[in-house]
Design a protein around this ligand. Structure first.
Ligand code: ATP
Ligand code: MG
Length: 202
């Protein structure tokens, strides 16, 4: 090793030591433990896959998870095939896209029916994680009552985690959340005429 290499090694070590001190201080400061509300929003691809990834992560640790899917569900998603076998209960609205159904009162009834299941999940001490996939649209279309949804999430068991996905998350939901990520679209295959691909898009 030359003197120059030696100097680089030393500089790296000093820099990493400083980073370690900062990270350790932040780890020491984070002492609270409780159920979190995560919101994954934005126009880019990756919101539902992130939600399902979190469900898989939790189930892998032996936690009890449940999934409610709003809007979609006429195409069975791959995650359902896998996770139902692992004991995850699914409640699916299964009406298809709003621009296909074009039937507001039927959509509202379907949303309400899934929401009844959500309310019981959100008051069930035995459920550790609830994924509310595409819930944001139910609030922006006013299919579900905002205050009722917020209250059910707020009053859930203290240890229970909730993940909400969908574009255009309501400000009140973002305020209530502990962790919010916005997925930004840089590009999407669909814009170049590529069909939705099984295993990637559903
Ligand atoms: P995914 O389920 O793949 O994580 P998502 O939940 O972020 O996607 P949604 O708005 O729920 O996105 O849309 C679901 C479908 O639309 C998926 O098939 C996804 O690939 C596609 N999609 C997501 N983002 C875009 C985009 N920016 N342009 C076109 N199609 C998109
Ligand atoms: Mg989605």
């Amino acid at each position: 090793m030359t003197d120059k290499d030696d100097n680089k090694e030393q500089k790296h070590k000093t820099r990493m030591q400083k980073v370690k001190e900062k990270v350790d201080a932040r780890i020491d400061a984070a002492t609270e433990e409780r159920g979190l509300l995560l919101v994954i929003t934005g126009n880019g691809k990756g919101k539902s896959t992130s939600g399902f990834g979190t469900v898989a992560r939790a189930v892998g640790h032996g936690l009890n998870a449940a999934v409610a899917q709003f809007i979609k569900g006429t195409w069975a998603c791959g995650e359902r095939n896998l996770l139902e076998n692992a004991g995850v209960q699914f409640h699916v609205m299964a009406t298809g896209f709003t621009w296909n159904t074009q039937d507001r009162s039927q959509d509202i009834a379907a949303a309400e029916s899934v929401w009844q299941h959500c309310k019981s999940l959100l008051s069930d001490e035995n459920i550790d994680l609830v994924l509310l996939d595409e819930l944001t649209y139910m609030l922006s279309y006013k299919y579900l009552d905002l205050d009722e949804v917020l209250a059910a999430i707020k009053n859930r068991p203290a240890h229970q985690h909730v993940v909400v996905t969908g574009r255009g998350a309501h400000r009140a939901l973002i305020e209530l959340a502990d962790t919010v990520s916005e997925v930004q679209s840089i590009k999407h295959a669909f814009d170049n005429g590529i069909k939705a691909q099984q295993g990637i898009d559903w």
